[in-house]
Design a protein around this ligand. Structure first.
Ligand code: FAD
Length: 384
């Protein structure tokens, strides 16, 4: 039987970052177990790659305050690109309520150390993006260090560095059961059995199935999200930030020679649905042309559009840390659409917890599993 100090179940960006941070901290006896034949077939390979610190809750802001500078120095630190592009996020408010919400958030973000986030006037938005219909825009907020990364490249960078530092990666290794004995966990996989002293659940949208194997109910549900890339389009600047229309949640960013369009369809229901729904194209293009009239001329090829899964928790915050009822079993789950941007902080926090039982990066008790049973949920409203 293969033995290891730490088994990480799931080799997406979160499992890869945890493996990297553990090896960096000196723990080399790590096995990452991934069921697919290659990494990135879960949510990581489907992500929009947005990274932002413009959140409403202190803990989400803190996770970004570690993660975004990490991405800025990624290549220097890991010797592998993550393609961080600090083009910013611009939230555009069309109601007084949204504008004051952005102002309150901006003050919180500054108080926590985010230096460059600022409010922008409606005129500024109009001047910068005259292509946008701005008659109802009252103002917004902009942070220039927000932006985009290439999630696949970041995941491979984390895992490559972890393997160079001693970690092992098994592919085609679906975890099928976990037994806890006195001293170790015995994990059955399609690549053979593994005995591990500590186990980290990093199985993304499938995390609840893994947790069930040790008798834990994890409130993480899959929710489909669809993205529509456009054909090359040059009537809107490619230096643009992620632009969010707060009137309906439509948002877009430059991607290659075109744009990547996103919208959270409120009619979507939980489930493992990963087919792209062709009817979504019309829904999203209507919203796109409403906010940016020249987007009426956008061409899209439905065959290039795709769908993936968000891993949602009831309060849209991740679940991080050891499960007290199952000592040695850790969760790194439920990122609710923010797993790429928060992967660096998650790696650091999980490495701290596995090796030392504590972390000073955040107050991790805020994100423990017990918060749901104990009524301590923390609501994030700045969700895309
Ligand atoms: C359309 C879309 C857009 C998104 N946009 C953004 C964004 O702009 N910014 C952002 O930060 N986040 C975004 N996200 C969310 C982000 O992609 C996820 O939060 C993140 O990828 C989660 O990473 P992960 O490693 O936990 O999960 P995954 O990448 O899903 O990795 C989990 C891995 O576990 C493996 N696994 C599952 N079950 C088993 C098993 N039994 N045995 C072994 N292995 C198993 C899977 O094969 C998978 O590879 C987006 C997601 C989608 C779908």
């Amino acid at each position: 039987m293969q033995t290891t100090e730490v088994a990480i179940l799931g080799g997406g960006i979160v499992g890869s970052s945890i493996a990297y941070h553990l090896t960096e901290a000196g723990c080399k006896d790590i096995l990452v177990i991934e069921r697919e034949s290659s990494q990135g077939k879960g949510s990581t390979g489907k992500s929009m790659g947005g990274v932002r610190a413009q959140f409403s809750t202190p803990v989400n802001i803190q996770l970004s305050l570690y993660s975004i500078p990490f991405y800025a120095g990624f290549e220097e630190r890991l010797g592998h690109p993550c393609d961080y592009r600090p083009q910013g996020y611009l939230f555009c408010a069309t109601s007084d309520e949204h504008l004051s919400y952005l102002r309150t958030n901006q003050q919180k973000q500054i108080a926590l150390g985010l230096k460059d986030v600022r409010m922008v006037s409606a005129d500024e938005v109009r001047q910068q993006f005259p292509q946008m219909r701005a008659d109802d825009i009252l103002g917004g907020s902009f942070c220039p260090t927000d932006g985009f990364v290439d999630p696949y490249s970041a995941m491979i960078g984390f895992m490559t560095a972890a393997v160079e530092q001693g970690a092992k990666l098994w592919k085609n290794g679906a975890v099928t059961s976990i037994q806890r004995n006195h001293e170790a966990f015995e994990i059955e996989t399609t690549q053979g059995p593994v005995s591990a002293k500590q186990v980290v659940n990093a199985a993304g949208a499938w995390a609840a199935t893994i947790a069930k194997m040790v008798g834990v109910d994890l409130p993480v549900e899959p929710l489909r999200r669809m993205l529509v890339p456009t054909e090359p389009f040059d009537q809107f600047p490619h230096s643009a930030p992620m632009i969010i229309d707060m009137s309906n949640g439509f948002h877009f960013r430059p991607e290659a020679r075109g744009f990547l369009l996103a919208w959270n369809d409120p009619e979507e229901t939980p489930g493992y649905k990963t087919d792209f729904e062709p009817a979504f194209i019309e829904k999203i293009l209507t919203r796109a042309a409403d906010r940016v009239p020249v987007f009426e001329n956008l061409a899209v090829n439905p065959k290039r559009a795709w769908a993936g899964l968000y891993e949602m928790t009831p309060d849209h915050h991740p679940i991080l840390g050891e499960v007290p009822e199952v000592p040695g079993f850790y969760c790194a789950n439920g990122f609710s659409g923010h797993g790429v941007m928060h992967a660096p902080a998650t790696g650091k926090i999980l490495a701290d917890l596995v090796l030392h039982g504590t972390t000073d990066l955040i107050d991790v008790s805020l994100l423990d599993l017990a918060r749901f049973a104990e009524g301590r949920t923390i609501h994030e409203t700045a969700i895309l």
